[in-house]
Design a protein around this ligand. Structure first.
Ligand SMILES: [Zn+2]
Length: 120
């Protein structure tokens, strides 16, 4: 039995697959625009569900899908606006609770100051 040999080939240099007879699935080009007005063009399969946002290829900001030249409307939770500490606090505590905590903290600090152990 003849021993089969593999000829040396640089991996990754050439594709052994041919494109003959390959039919590409239909695809469409879509444009995304970031806050700095950069346009990123992306290609998606025609039947793919389009992401509403994509990272800008130029500045890495969040870019929003354009349809007919206009930015699509994003829901609030899709906007990449980080919540402030205050907003996160308000999600966990009501203002009344916060007033209570503030009062406790103020009387604690006052007591320490009176005792000569002042917090800065
Ligand atoms: Zn950008």
């Amino acid at each position: 039995m003849a021993q089969q040999t593999m000829r040396g080939i640089r991996l990754g240099a050439h594709s052994l697959e041919s494109e003959i007879g390959v039919t590409y699935s239909p695809r469409n080009k879509h444009r995304y625009q970031c806050i700095n007005s950069h346009i990123s063009e992306l290609v998606f399969a025609q039947d793919a569900e389009l992401p509403k946002t994509w990272q800008c290829k130029t500045c890495s900001e969040q870019a929003t899908l354009l349809t007919e030249g206009k930015l699509i409307k994003l829901d609030l939770d899709e906007l990449k606006t980080p919540r402030s500490h205050w907003e996160m606090l308000l999600e966990r505590r009501s203002k009344d609770e916060l007033e209570e905590i503030l009062k406790e903290r103020i009387s604690y600090i006052r007591a320490r100051r009176k005792a000569g152990k002042a917090d800065v």
